[in-house]
Design a protein around this ligand. Structure first.
Ligand code: ZN
Ligand code: ZN
Length: 603
């Protein structure tokens, strides 16, 4: 990871580049209105109001002008102005958006602002922008071959659709030509691996207008993957001492009032249902915890029952904005690898570390090499609004999590003001094989809701106490996790996850019987097969098998039949190896049972 100084050097470079972009645009189209141009995590952008629209065809000219500005080696000079001076200055420049920004600062009580001027070697002013700073010293420090204009997009001034529609110019910017090239290659590769495209080609999931947006339908093949992921979770959780439970998809509003979901989470919930003859409204569940809490509450609990770990692949519904829906990544119906760990304060650390270890086990199994855990903390200014108003408990719980986090040895960073309403949260970010970042899973520590909904256990001295609750979902939701896996593996799933593990290709009709025999033997071992009979040429069937990304294609002809053998074509290495049927089955079953990342024959 970047250290802080490199990260801020990068910030300064990208921020300065936004100034260069605006300077170039004003040189080419002097009557353009400029607004703001922040750095982003892959470069920067700037929003403009052009008097005549520009297009992709103008990128070359803008880039050329930008390079020429960079090569001239301008420097930055800063002027501090009173609000009145600044208003006068920007009115004089006829830049109405800058005037508006300054007026807003004035309303907030600011008394001064800064202008940053770009000066050429002779000290002539080439460009000026209203800005808080954070630049390179000399524009020459910006690598002239490390950036590229990527795209134009429409953006409303201040995100308000009643205001001017601006043109956002996006730039990718990196410290070197090579890093830019790597980023562009990654984007290309991500396009090829797009889970929406591969999901359709491999027939894994679909959407239907009749069902509704954001409500994915898993096909038979996709369901195989989902079931395998779920089986993995079940096995892992059983080893970890979890108890499986099952709960309904709806509940009375009263339940979510009690847990605080209606107070803090209502806009993400589907609107309520009014049932005939019932006074109370019902809601689709946005989370599983309220239901699990009721299971905990259904019996008297003693400290001897703790920790109690209730697990469910639970189906939840979230009312995402229709514009935000995106393939499997942002959906309205989701099935979560959920569990709630009720424990005493003394047990917290051990439970938390066990959860972290479960993550690490999964990362290894799926070949996830890069990850970071983001510990999200509360913001004291938001107590009683965004967060439950328990200042001491916040600090105490955050320290408990921080201390446990350190003991896990996992890479983590702390961020302010992103906690859940009832406690600190850990978001787990992982990078796919091509280096794209995904937020897959969260862990949350809840010190508030269990007590609020009346959960308690009898302590050793006979008193009643509320347990702590750890919410954890290492495999996130099926939707997002499988979407991630599609990109991560480029659709080439490991054997254990592949919807079809082995295709059987008899060379000619005469080998059909032998293919049937092999098929039967494999199925008896629990191997998922597909028989591709000889109605098409062998070459065509091989191509078809490769397109379907079936890990092993078995070619079955006279030679194989006579020897009770199979010729195994590994579709990634394209190597062909003849092995006995017995050996093939043994190795394949072993790969599947071990959940190996690579099939062992021909790799
Ligand atoms: Zn600036
Ligand atoms: Zn929960």
């Amino acid at each position: 990871m970047n250290n802080i100084s490199a990260a801020s050097d990068l910030y300064n470079m990208r921020h300065s580049l936004a100034h260069v972009l605006a300077q170039a645009v004003l040189k080419l189209w002097p009557d353009t209105q400029i607004t703001i141009g922040p750095p982003v995590d892959t470069g920067c952008y700037y929003d403009f109001l052009f008097s005549t629209p520009i297009s992709d065809a103008d990128f070359k000219a803008i880039e050329k002008e930008m390079r020429s500005i960079i090569n001239k080696g301008q420097t930055f000079a800063v002027d501090t102005l009173s609000i009145e001076e600044a208003l006068k200055f920007w009115k004089g420049k006829r830049q109405k958006f800058k005037v508006e920004l300054i007026e807003d600062l004035q309303k907030k009580g600011e008394i001064e602002v800064t202008n940053y001027r770009n000066l050429d070697a002779e000290g002539n002013e080439m460009f000026v922008d209203l800005c808080k700073g954070g630049h390179v010293e000399n524009l020459k420090e910006i690598p002239a071959d490390g950036f590229k204009i990527m795209s134009l997009a429409g953006a409303y001034w201040r995100g308000d659709e009643k205001r001017e529609q601006l043109t956002r110019v996006y730039i990718a910017a990196f410290p070197s030509k090579q890093e830019l090239q790597d980023y562009l290659t990654m984007l290309e590769e991500a396009k090829k691996r797009d889970h929406r495209k591969l999901g359709k080609e491999l027939d894994l999931f679909t959407f239907s207008d009749m069902v509704g947006p954001g409500l994915p339908l898993w096909t038979a093949k996709g369901t195989v993957i989902v079931d395998e992921v779920e089986r993995l979770a079940r096995e892992t959780e059983q080893e970890g001492g979890y108890l499986r439970v099952r709960t309904p998809h709806i509940a009375k509003g009263k339940l979510y009032e009690q847990t605080g979901h209606l107070a803090h989470y209502k806009e993400s919930m589907f609107p309520p249902m009014q049932l005939d003859g019932e006074a109370e409204e019902y809601y689709l569940k946005p989370m599983n915890c309220p239901h699990h809490h009721q299971i905990f509450a259904s019996q008297p609990r003693s400290y001897r029952d703790l920790p109690m770990r209730l697990a469910e692949y639970g189906h939840c519904y979230r009312y995402e904005d229709s514009g935000a829906l995106f393939g499997l990544m942002r959906v309205r119906s989701l099935c979560m690898n959920d569990a709630h760990l009720y424990c005493t304060e003394d047990q917290f650390e051990e439970e938390f570390i066990a959860v972290a270890n479960m993550y690490l086990k999964y990362f290894e199994l799926f070949g996830i090499e890069k990850y970071v855990m983001r510990l999200s903390l509360h913001d004291p200014a938001e107590l009683g609004k965004k967060y439950v108003n328990q200042p001491e408990l916040w600090l105490k719980t955050e320290e408990m999590v921080r201390s446990a986090m350190k003991k896990t040895g996992c890479a983590y960073v702390e961020v302010e003001n992103e906690a859940a309403f009832y406690g600190p949260k850990i978001d787990v970010q992982v990078w796919s094989a091509i280096g794209r970042e995904f937020t897959l899973a969260t862990n949350q520590v809840d010190f508030d809701v269990p007590g609020k909904v009346g959960l308690s256990y009898t302590t050793a001295d006979g008193s009643e106490k509320a347990p702590l609750c750890i919410h954890r979902a290492p495999l996130g939701t099926h939707e997002r996790f499988v979407g991630f896996l599609i990109e991560h593996f480029a659709g080439h799933f490991p054997l254990w996850l592949s919807p079809v593990q082995v295709a059987l290709l008899p060379v000619a009709d005469a080998h059909g019987d032998y293919a049937q025999t092999v098929d039967k033997a494999l199925k008896e071992k629990g191997i998922r097969t597909q028989l591709m009979n000889a109605s098409d040429s062998l070459g065509k069937r091989i191509r078809e098998g490769e397109k379907s990304k079936i890990p092993y294609l078995l070619v079955l002809g006279d030679k194989e039949k006579d020897a009770t053998a199979v010729t195994v074509r590994n579709i990634i290495s394209k190597e062909q190896v003849e092995v006995s049927l017995e050996e093939f089955m043994e190795k394949t079953v072993a790969d599947i049972t071990r959940r190996s990342l690579q099939p062992s024959i021909g790799s």
